[in-house]
Design a protein. Structure first.
Lengths: 236, 236
DNA sequence: TGTACATCAGTGAACGCGCGTTCACTGATGTAC
DNA sequence: TGTACATCAGTGAACGCGCGTTCACTGATGTAC
């Protein structure tokens, strides 16, 4: 007595729905929207490829008919954009939480905690990170603009308006670097310039780990500390 | 009198061939192989997406019927692999040429030239670079193993055997760092560890430029010099 | 020198597939009277 | 309290498309006799 999908004889057009979802009550149709984002996020976490995401695959994962997606998103790009926004928000929250947790430990420890949180998000969710920062830009998908005015920032309004949501996390980084300089824990140089090089260094550390996993990578903490010493100039 | 593709009435199945290629003479069939690699390379340079490359697109670009590709490659993966090998070779040659050109200028200048050549290749061919180092690994495509034994290397044979061809370029990097240390231009630390952090730093510098082009990036040379000072410890 | 034949480079049509999207429809839940 | 109706959440079938790959075929070039 094997458990079979409801429906018995499978429809030839779309594969048999593995589990038939129960319909949402009136006024709660919006729930499906969240389920769709979560399902697409799950699929992207496995493939890491935005282009390879298919609406039919998402519908299969959720257990609905494909056209039902159009009740909540006008097209595929809108669904993908919603997923990216959700992931950027997760990254932002992870970095902020780490920084707040170490607020009492001094600017250097706080900066280190934020950097490590960024790297851990990337290494623990490599495909999600790739989707956020490994895309070629200007293709079908663009992210919504959010304001970014980093302290001491040289970001022109025009440039900032097209920055991804993750730019807020970059603001944390500039802040952290500035505080270390203010506390005389690091040489006083343009914090924006230093933060930029820290960001690229961290990105390189985690991105190459994802692309060349068989390389004998040193411990993440060691590389991050090397960056904080070498680029920011943190003593200790 | 507009110039029309030969054939007049277009076939409905494959789009009309825009230019009809003249057939290769006997014994020269291999020429098409090179043309196919070049065409696929051209397409990838525009899209930067290995998954989005299609045999039909390549055939269109070259001006042949799609099945002709199978005379030279057993399947799509083989063609893509050939393209990647060609691109890796270009990167390797670019870095080596830069290093050789500056051989007489001392180890520091030579290392700097190699690093800049690596970054220039990446920024001048962003999509090609993305194809080489931005892929998620272990998907359908894997690169052929080539031996890598960097001086002072800690790369185990098992790990090295799965490294991409570009690993030879990494060998140049370890060499360059070692020579700077030997000439007492930089602190004597494990050159493999330093070279690894330089590689990730350079990768971050160029990869993020490709993914977030609207960011107010500082000049490439400045960031590279910051890395050589901060990570390698080059004085001056 | 002529001719039958083999080889080589490449073609045209077709296959089955998964895709995004559209369309007319269903059927349960709530609401006005 | 009963009932006609509107709303809401979701469905099933179909569309046209581009894809990788297979198959039997073509037609020019070279070669053996």
């Amino acid at each position: 007595m094997s458990v079979k999908p409801a429906g018995g004889a499978a429809c030839a057009h779309d594969p048999a729905p593995l589990t038939r979802r129960s319909r949402n009550p009136h006024g709660q149709g919006g729930r499906l929207r969240a389920e769709l984002i979560a399902a697409a996020d799950r699929i992207l976490a496995q493939t890491g490829d935005v282009e390879a995401l298919s609406l039919r695959g998402v519908a299969r994962e959720v257990g609905i008919a494909t056209p039902s997606i159009y009740l909540h998103f006008p097209d595929k790009a809108a669904l993908v954009q919603a997923v990216l926004e959700a992931r950027f928000e997760q990254l932002r929250l992870a970095v902020r939480a780490a920084a707040e947790t170490h607020a009492a430990d001094g600017p250097a420890a706080q900066l280190r905690a934020g950097c490590l949180a960024y790297c851990r998000f990337a290494t623990e969710h490599p495909n999600a990170y790739r989707v956020l920062f490994g895309r070629r830009p200007g293709r079908d998908l663009t992210l919504p603009a959010k304001t970014l005015t980093p302290p001491g920032g040289e970001v022109s309004p025009g440039a900032a308006s097209s920055l991804p949501v993750g730019a807020e996390a970059f603001g944390f980084l500039v802040d952290g670097v500035s505080r270390c300089m203010a506390a005389d824990l690091a040489p006083q140089v343009d914090p924006m310039r230093i933060a930029t090089s820290v960001w690229t260094a961290l990105h390189g550390i985690v991105a190459l780990r994802g692309s060349v996993p068989h390389f004998p990578w040193p411990p993440l903490e060691q590389q991050v500390d090397d960056v904080l010493r070498g680029i920011v100039g943190l003593r200790e």
